[in-house]
Design a protein around this ligand. Structure first.
Ligand SMILES: [Zn+2]
Ligand SMILES: [Zn+2]
Length: 414
C-alpha cells in the first residue's frame, strides 16, 4: 500500500501548519460550551478544504465529511475543542491571551492534528476508500451545571448515524509518555464515573447538650471511614474502585448541632457489575449505620461518564496498523486509568479506538494535564498526524489491509 508512503511524504510539508494552528488555538482558549471562535476557525478550515460541513451541533459542535473515491467504510475521528479555567504560567510568545483560560489539557494539539489530518487526507482523496467524518466536539471538560457534555449531545444529535460509522477514533496527549510514542489499551481504557451525593440528616440541638439531638457532623466522620473500610474489605481487590469526596457542607453556627451534612464525591469503576455491587452494598451498610446512629443517611449516584472501552477487534486492527506506521517499539500498553473522558459516549455507540500520544520531551520531567505549567512538546504534532492519517486511511478500506511500514523499522506484513 504505497498510499502510506504518500502520507509519509506529505508529513514534512505539513509540520509548519500543525505548529501554527496549535499556537493560534492556544492563544485563544475558550471554556466548555463557549467554543464559538474555535468552532468558527474549524468550520472555515474544513470548508476551505472542500469538505461538507455542519455547524452548531449540540452547542458549538462541527462535523466535516470527506469522501474517498472508492467504496469503503465510514470512519470517524473526534477532537475536543474546550479549554480550562486556569491562568497560564508558561511564558511563550503564543501563551494564552485570554485571562484565566488556558488550553491545559492539550485540546489545542487535538484540534491542530485533526484539522491537518483532514487536509492530508483531502490531498489524497482520489486514492482513498470510504468516508471520513471529522467530529469536533464542545464541552469535554465537564459541561457547566445543567448542560450536557459535548460528546453526549453530539451522539444524541446523530453524528454517528446516516450512514452509521464503522469505527470512531480519538486521541489524547499524554504528558508522561515520550514524544514519538503511543499508548493504547486493548479494551478498558478509562473508568466510568458517577457523581455521588451523601446526605446525613441529624437533629439540631444546643451545642452544650448533644444528647438531645443527633450530630450529623460526627456521624459523617464515622460514615466516611466506614465507607473506605467497606471498599477495602468488602470489594474484591482485583476490581479497582475509587470513591472520594471533594466537598462537604453543613451547619450554621459553632454552638448549634447541624441539622444536615451534605457530601459530594466522585465514584469511579472499571466494570458496571462492580458499580452495582458497590452501590447496593453501601446502601445496605448505610441502613445499618443509620440505625446505629439515629441519623438518616442517604446515598445517590448519578452516572456522568460511561466506562471508556475500546472495541477489541478494532483495537487489534488499529494496533497492527500503528505497528506498521510507527514501529513496534513506539507502542506501549496502557493500564486502565481511573480518570474518565466523555469520548466514552461515542465508544458506547460505535466500535471505538482511543489512544494516547506522547508529548514529553525525551529525558524531561513529566508534567501534568490541567496544570497551569502544562507545556507539551510540539515535536509530538507530526507523530499525531502520522498516526491519525495512517489509521484513518487504513481503516476506511472495505477490507482491513495491514499497511506496510513507512520508514524506519522492519516491515510487518499480514
Ligand atoms: Zn482535561
Ligand atoms: Zn482532555
Amino acid at each position: 500500500m504505497d498510499l502510506l508512503k504518500e502520507i509519509q511524504t506529505q508529513l514534512a510539508g505539513l509540520a509548519g501548519e500543525l505548529t501554527a494552528l496549535r499556537r493560534q488555538f492556544h492563544q485563544y482558549p475558550e471554556l466548555s460550551h463557549q467554543e464559538e471562535r474555535t468552532a468558527g476557525v474549524v468550520a472555515q478550515y474544513l470548508q476551505d478544504l472542500g469538505l461538507n460541513v455542519q455547524t452548531g451541533i449540540a452547542g458549538h459542535g462541527v462535523v466535516g465529511t470527506l469522501r474517498g473515491s472508492r467504496p469503503g467504510r465510514v470512519v470517524a475521528y473526534r477532537a475536543d475543542m474546550d479549554a480550562l479555567p486556569l491562568t497560564e504560567k508558561v511564558k511563550t510568545s503564543w501563551r494564552s491571551r485570554v485571562p484565566g483560560v488556558m488550553h491545559a489539557c492539550g485540546h489545542d494539539f487535538h484540534l491542530s492534528i485533526a484539522l491537518v489530518t483532514a487536509r492530508l487526507l483531502s490531498n489524497l482523496k482520489d486514492r482513498l476508500a470510504g468516508e471520513f467524518r471529522f467530529i469536533f466536539q464542545p464541552a469535554e471538560e465537564g459541561p457547566p451545571r445543567g448542560e450536557v457534555s459535548g460528546a453526549r449531545g453530539m451522539v444524541a444529535a446523530g453524528v454517528l448515524d446516516n450512514p452509521p460509522v464503522a469505527a470512531i477514533l480519538g486521541l489524547h496527549v499524554a504528558p508522561n509518555l515520550d514524544v514519538g510514542h503511543i499508548r493504547y489499551g486493548p479494551e478498558v481504557v478509562m473508568a466510568g464515573a458517577d457523581r455521588v451525593i451523601l446526605t446525613i440528616t441529624g437533629k439540631a440541638a444546643h451545642g452544650a447538650t448533644p444528647h438531645r439531638g443527633v450530630d450529623p457532623i460526627l456521624v459523617s466522620a464515622q460514615v466516611l471511614t466506614q465507607i473506605q473500610g467497606f471498599l477495602a474489605q468488602k470489594i474484591d481487590a482485583r476490581h479497582p474502585v475509587v470513591l472520594t469526596f471533594g466537598s462537604i457542607s453543613g451547619g450554621t453556627r459553632f454552638n448549634i448541632l447541624a441539622e444536615k451534612v451534605t457530601l459530594e464525591g466522585s465514584f469511579r469503576y472499571l466494570e458496571d457489575a462492580v458499580r452495582q455491587e458497590v452501590l447496593a452494598g453501601l446502601k445496605k451498610q448505610l441502613a445499618g449505620w443509620s440505625q446505629a446512629t439515629g441519623a438518616k443517611i442517604e446515598l445517590s449516584a448519578q452516572p456522568i461518564y460511561p466506562i471508556l472501552k475500546n472495541d477489541p477487534q478494532l483495537s487489534q486492527q488499529a494496533v497492527a496498523a500503528l505497528r506498521s506506521l510507527l514501529g513496534a517499539k513506539r507502542l506501549k500498553l496502557h493500564q486502565p486509568a481511573m480518570g474518565s473522558e466523555d469520548f466514552s459516549y461515542f465508544a458506547a455507540q460505535a466500535p471505538a479506538f482511543y489512544f494516547f500520544l506522547g508529548v514529553r520531551t525525551p529525558g524531561a520531567q513529566g508534567q501534568a494535564l490541567h496544570s497551569p505549567e502544562f507545556a507539551p512538546d510540539e515535536a509530538a504534532l507530526p507523530w499525531g498526524l502520522r498516526a491519525a492519517a495512517g489509521l484513518l486511511a487504513a481503516l476506511s478500506e472495505p477490507e482491513f489491509i495491514l499497511p506496510q511500514m513507512v520508514g524506519g523499522a522492519s516491515p510487518t506484513r499480514g
